[in-house]
Design a protein around this ligand. Structure first.
Ligand code: NDP
Length: 268
């Protein structure tokens, strides 16, 4: 028989098998003695996310590719920076109502904290992740330029107040931070932009961040060779998870909890 008092959480995505969120969140639950389950919920049709969330009686959920936009549209209420981004990665059940948040933006800002003050940033890529990052940086007073392979996705960023360029019309400038938010390098050895032009960008930059985690991508390897301080996407994944965890458990995180969740993420 189902235990109705059991606190249930999940991650919705398709595919979802590869997700490290269950390991990370369960490590957090164990650390604070929070009696709950967190499962992978493969969802093919994003339009069914609200029904699935309520039927399964989840108290909270994370949402990953490709359902972040539809999850935004179907939420009863969207809070915080997610309203500007138009995509959410966290659902909370508040008295039967679905409250939605985007914790990717704050996860990214926490991940780049060690770089110190950033005034100018270049984001390569213009997908969902780039939107969250651009809005987070703009809200923190950073000048943002977005460079993308194709032109069509750039309007959103232009309307936000970013400088925008496609591969065809990019003009070299100096940036404190260069970010790869494309999937180039994820399952291949591609650079997100022409290698020699990327080298020129790195010659005028200090820091490089790749949203991809768990590997040294060609983008990061090149930045390292050019002497930049580099970072992969592990901390972004970790801190978006910590923010979601705080919402799930209604607790405030400690450095020890963050450490426990990092170990969970790494399978240690
Ligand atoms: P989207 O599919 O929404 O966007 C992909 C973007 O990458 C598009 O702008 C596309 O350009 C560009 N792109 C894809 N392939 C190439 C290529 N070979 N060369 C140049 N540009 C390319 O993806 P997301 O924004 O959802 O995710 C982007 C990356 O961020 C993924 O690698 C994902 O794993 C990672 N990620 C990491 C997170 C973390 O917590 N660390 C969280 C979320 C995502 P075009 O418009 O021309 O097609």
């Amino acid at each position: 028989m189902e235990n109705s008092s059991l606190k249930k959480f999940a991650i919705f995505g398709n595919p979802v098998e590869h997700s490290l969120s269950p390991n990370m969140q369960q490590a957090g639950f164990r650390f604070i003695d929070f009696d709950a389950t967190y499962q992978k919920h493969k969802l093919e049709d994003g339009k069914k996310i609200k029904k699935a969330f309520l039927e399964e009686k989840y108290l909270g959920a994370n949402i990953t590719v490709p359902h972040k936009e539809i999850a935004y549209n179907l939420a009863d209420e969207v809070r915080g920076i997610a309203k500007k981004i138009g995509a959410v990665n966290t659902y909370i059940n508040e008295n039967g109502k679905i409250i939605a948040y985007n914790t990717d933006a704050i996860g990214f800002m926490k991940a780049i904290q060690d770089f110190g003050k950033i005034e100018n940033a270049l984001i390569i890529g213009a997908g969902g992740t780039a939107k969250a990052i651009a809005i987070a940086l703009l809200e923190n007073g950073v000048n943002v330029t977005v460079l993308n392979r194709s032109e069509d996705k750039l309007t959103f960023f232009k309307d936000l107040g970013c400088k925008v360029a496609s591969w065809k019309n990019f003009v070299l400038d100096a940036y404190d931070l260069v970010i790869n938010s494309t999937s180039a390098g994820l399952k291949d050895d591609n650079y997100p932009f022409d290698k020699s032009r990327l080298e020129n960008i790195f010659m005028n930059a200090n820091f490089a961040f790749d949203c991809i985690y768990g590997k040294l991508t060609p983008f990061l390897a090149l930045a390292k060779k050019e002497g930049l301080k580099i970072k992969d996407g592990e901390d972004m994944l970790l801190y978006q998870g910590v923010e979601a965890f705080e919402l799930f458990t209604n607790t405030t995180s400690s450095p020890e909890l963050v450490q426990a969740m990092r170990k969970g993420l790494r399978g240690e």
